[in-house]
Design a protein around this ligand. Structure first.
Ligand code: MEV
Length: 427
């Protein structure tokens, strides 16, 4: 095997790289990057995802990246207690959900969904009569339904399939475009493959019926026909009084009024949401794109959650966002850890999964706002972060907790302090 050498003459043009085994590729990469034996051994250990499976999931695999899976406790969703697996590298994300859910466990979260409808878009351009073309397409609804449903008889058998057709005329810099939306119930699948196949199949017909040219044929991640909703009440007793409640509401008003704050507010929500989406092998980027686009649906980016005071004076929180997640297809079906996480959740439908995820997003946001409006997040965050810093300083085993404790006590969660503490422990 020819190995690209570390140094001046190395090249990233490696013929047939994709045809090699993960180990062969790793050796080539190691030679290119000058990796030491310990780093190579580390990458070669693929943990609980077999090299054979990893190699089938993406191209040019050389290793895997293990992210911790934590389980959020205390969650009650629609009257049922659930344990929620969360895959995240960020400390305090799991603890935040546990805390929020502990403070409303009596009543828990009430959830709903708008459905499991996905949208695929077909872009047609260069049409002389876009308004008439729009009507010509709408007249073909039954034909379009038959073509779409013909793409996926199994989906139709499971109660899904084509549901509706929308045709929009978009005024663009390049002139009018006729955009066809195929609205498809994808049931327990996230649905990207199903709707993309339909869009590609329908495209030549759209070109024919409109007299234009068709270019893009792809789903929209603004899955606003697949909204998940959750609401919850936190009593004044549970959260520590009216000041805390009003602080949380003030934080929400801030996010609702200011995109700079809303981005951070929603990032916190996605801390929880993406962690469950990842743990279940779903597409974090699809969900994130949909969430942020939905947050900007009124023309200005705002909060995905709302907070208000109910007639008893308690705090009511609610969330609504697109959640295109599935139980079948993609990594969800083939990744053994995703399958294990679904077993922990005990979900049997994509709808139930989306509902739980929405509740987690609300819980996450409640905890962040409560901390921010009271003691700040750094005390809780730093307690956990201190452990990372201790590890970075070289602490192992029991040393990690011992060093972290001193860092928190001294209110100096810094690597230089951690090194100094570690040295004094070892002396
Ligand atoms: C940190 O990952 C998330 C927060 O910044 C969220 C927020 O500010 O609402 C704490």
């Amino acid at each position: 095997m020819t190995v690209a050498r570390h140094g001046a003459n190395r090249t990233s043009r490696i013929a047939g790289f994709h045809r090699k085994s993960p180990r062969e590729r790793l050796d080539l990469v190691a030679a290119f990057a000058g990796l030491d034996a310990a780093t190579v051994d580390h990458l070669a250990d693929m943990g609980n995802l077999s090299p054979q499976l990893a190699d089938k999931m993406i191209e040019n695999v050389v290793g895997t990246l293990n992210v911790p899976v934590g389980v959020a406790t205390n969650m009650k969703v629609d009257g049922e207690d659930v344990l929620v697996p969360m895959a995240t590298e960020e400390s305090s994300v799991v603890a935040a959900v546990c805390n929020a859910a502990r403070q409303n466990h009596d009543t828990g979260f009430t959830t709903s969904v708008s459905g499991t409808l996905m949208i695929a878009q077909v872009q047609a351009v260069g049409i002389a009569d876009p308004h008439a073309a729009r009507l010509r397409l709408l007249e073909k609804r039954d034909e379009i339904r038959a073509i779409c449903d013909g793409c996926d008889p199994l989906l139709v058998k499971l109660g899904g399939g084509f549901r509706d057709l929308e045709v929009r005329i978009l005024d663009t810099r390049g002139g009018p475009m006729v955009i066809t939306h195929l609205i498809v119930d994808t049931r327990d699948a996230m649905g990207a493959n199903a709707v993309n196949t339909m869009a590609e199949k329908i495209a030549p017909h759209v070109a024919n019926w409109t007299g234009g040219r068709v270019f893009l044929r792809i789903l929209s991640n603004l899955a606003d026909r697949r909204l998940a909703r959750a609401r919850a009440v936190w009593t004044l007793d549970a959260i520590g009084g009216a000041d805390v409640r009003d602080g949380i509401i003030g934080a929400y008003h801030f996010a609702a009024a200011d995109p700079y704050r809303a981005a951070t507010h929603n990032k916190g929500i996605m801390n929880g949401i993406s962690a469950v989406v990842l743990a279940t092998g779903n597409d974090t980027r699809a969900v994130e794109a949909g969430a942020h686009a939905y947050a900007a649906r009124d023309g200005r980016y705002g909060s995905l959650t709302h907070y208000e005071i109910d007639s008893d004076g308690d705090l009511v929180g609610s969330i609504e966002l697109p959640l295109a997640v599935g139980l079948i297809g993609g990594a969800t079906r083939i990744h053994p850890t995703a399958q294990a996480c679904l077993k922990i959740l005990g979900v049997t439908t994509a709808e139930r999964l989306a509902r739980i995820i929405a509740a987690v997003g609300l819980a996450q946001n409640f905890s962040a706002l409560k901390a921010l409006a009271t003691v700040g997040i750094q005390s809780g965050h730093m307690a956990l972060h201190a452990q990372n810093i201790a590890i970075m300083a070289g602490a192992i085993g029991d040393e990690v907790d011992a060093v972290a404790r001193v860092l928190v006590e001294r209110k100096a969660v810094r690597i230089d302090v951690a090194q100094e503490v570690l040295e004094s422990i070892r002396r």
